[in-house]
Design a protein around this ligand. Structure first.
Ligand code: LLP
Length: 424
């Protein structure tokens, strides 16, 4: 479900016609819909069917200030993986008491920042991190609430590069080590051990692997309790997938969320723990599009290239994960118009800068606008200045209003970061 529709033949973001945005702000630009963000958040929350779910939105999916502020208003917390993300969440009005900090490589400075900010929970991923965090917190006279991230040796996800729960992946403490580390944590001066966390991958569309992982975690909790440990929290991570293609068999609706909620309730029945969730893609993915303009149509005997002004530095998912994004023209195609096959490519000087090959689209001409759908998650957050291109701009729409929540970088800013070495 999203709020990007054709009206009178022109694609709109909520009530805002996209050509007006392109003319005002230039392209490429990301455009987010407040109504879609709000809907996804509330549908997810409600489908859990729990009294007090702790929802920590995964900031890495989309850290735009306007997006974070919209979610903060709904009561969302934040799942963060760096000091930058903690700072962003705080700046958006998400209180420290609703922020968790995950990741395999937290530095001492980042842990100190998190402890001093008084965040709700650190999701510790290794013994070394546990020792360091205890030292950092104790030195400040604090005990940091912690959950231990367990690698359940169950991996899942839409691509090998986004699977995290397998035994070969770098995330979490090993299943067999969990009990020993929990017992150690219980005796550390700077640690207040609260429970366990798990996250097995991203873009997961089948619930069986998630369920298997959650059941394993339940087993560990029961063992820990039998050993006399207190366990009050279970953080179930993120990872639920979304439809990147709107047609069957790819499309799915809120029923996946209903099934997820029912599965979580069944697996945690009677466990008496506070449940945490870290959805990212599910909230932001279909709430964002990338708007771009056609520069050239290069015809060859056997190929037709659509060269657009967006590139892999703006949206890297197709190049990095062979990800599929629907492409819609901003001007609604006339019914009955024969489509043409295009390779849609960006201006960057490598063949990897290809969004798709042989995609059937209505005939396009230079100057035409198009959008990449489902680009709200891991789109702008993964953008870069590769080829010295300006960092892409971001816009948040609400009804007929819009706000440029991240203006396009300027050349002064791009060049202003550089410093000449004093020997040249
Ligand atoms: N929690 C943890 C510990 C995570 O590592 C992640 C994502 C999430 C939550 C949120 O997962 P989600 O609900 O969004 O699936 N760049 C890739 C996705 C990387 C996901 C990394 N971890 C992509 O564009 O597909």
């Amino acid at each position: 479900m999203h709020h990007f529709d054709y009206r009178d033949g022109i694609l709109h973001a909520e009530d805002v016609p996209l050509p007006a945005l392109a003319d005002r702000l230039g392209t490429p630009t990301y455009i987010y819909s407040s109504a879609t963000l709000e809907r996804h958040y509330t549908v997810f929350r409600d489908s859990l069917g729990l009294k007090d779910p702790h929802i920590f939105y995964a900031v890495k999916a989309n850290g735009n200030l306007g997006v974070l502020m919209t979610l903060a208003r709904l009561g969302a917390g934040a799942d963060t993986v760096s000091e930058g993300e903690i700072r962003k969440a705080l700046a958006a009005g998400i209180p420290a008491s609703r922020i968790v900090f995950s990741g395999v490589g937290k530095t001492e400075a980042e842990l100190a920042f998190a402890v001093e900010a008084g965040i709700y929970q650190v999701n510790v991923e290794s013994e070394g991190e546990l020792d360091l965090l205890s030292k950092v917190a104790a030195a400040r006279g604090k005990r940091q609430p912690v959950v231990l991230r367990v690698n359940p040796e169950v991996g899942a996800g839409g691509h090998a590069k986004i699977t995290t729960g397998g035994a070969a992946n770098k995330f979490g403490v090993s299943f067999s080590e969990a009990e020993r580390l929990y017992a150690r944590a219980a005796n550390m001066p700077g640690i207040s051990i609260q429970g366990l966390a798990v996250h097995i991958g991203s873009q997961i569309l089948k619930l069986d692997a998630l369920e298997a992982a959650f059941r394993k975690l339940r087993g560990i909790i029961e063992t820990l309790r039998a050993q006399g440990h207190g366990v009050t929290r279970l953080d179930l991570g993120g990872g639920l997938g979304i439809p990147y293609q709107m047609q069957a068999p790819y499309a799915h609706g809120p029923e996946l969320l209903q099934d997820y909620g029912a599965m979580v309730r069944a697996v945690t029945e009677g466990l008496d723990v506070e449940l945490g969730f870290e959805p990212g893609r599910l909230i932001a993915g279909n709430a964002g599009i990338l708007l771009a303009r056609v520069l050239y149509v290069n015809e060859r005997a056997d190929k037709r290239f659509l060269v657009i002004d967006a590139a892999m530095n703006d949206l890297v998912r197709p190049a990095m994960y062979d990800a599929y994004h629907e492409i819609w023209p901003v001007k609604e195609p006339e019914p009955g118009l024969a489509p043409a096959a295009y390779d849609v490519v960006g201006p960057i000087c490598e063949s990897g800068d290809t969004f798709t090959t042989n995609r059937l689209l209505p005939p396009m001409a230079p100057g035409d606008l198009l959008v990449f759908k489902t680009a709200g998650a891991y789109g702008a957050t993964m953008s870069s200045t590769y080829n010295q291109r300006l960092l892409v701009s971001e816009v948040l729409v609400r009804g007929a209003d819009f706000a440029v929540t991240r203006p396009r970088q300027t050349y002064e800013q791009l060049l202003g970061q550089d410093r000449a070495p004093n020997w040249l």
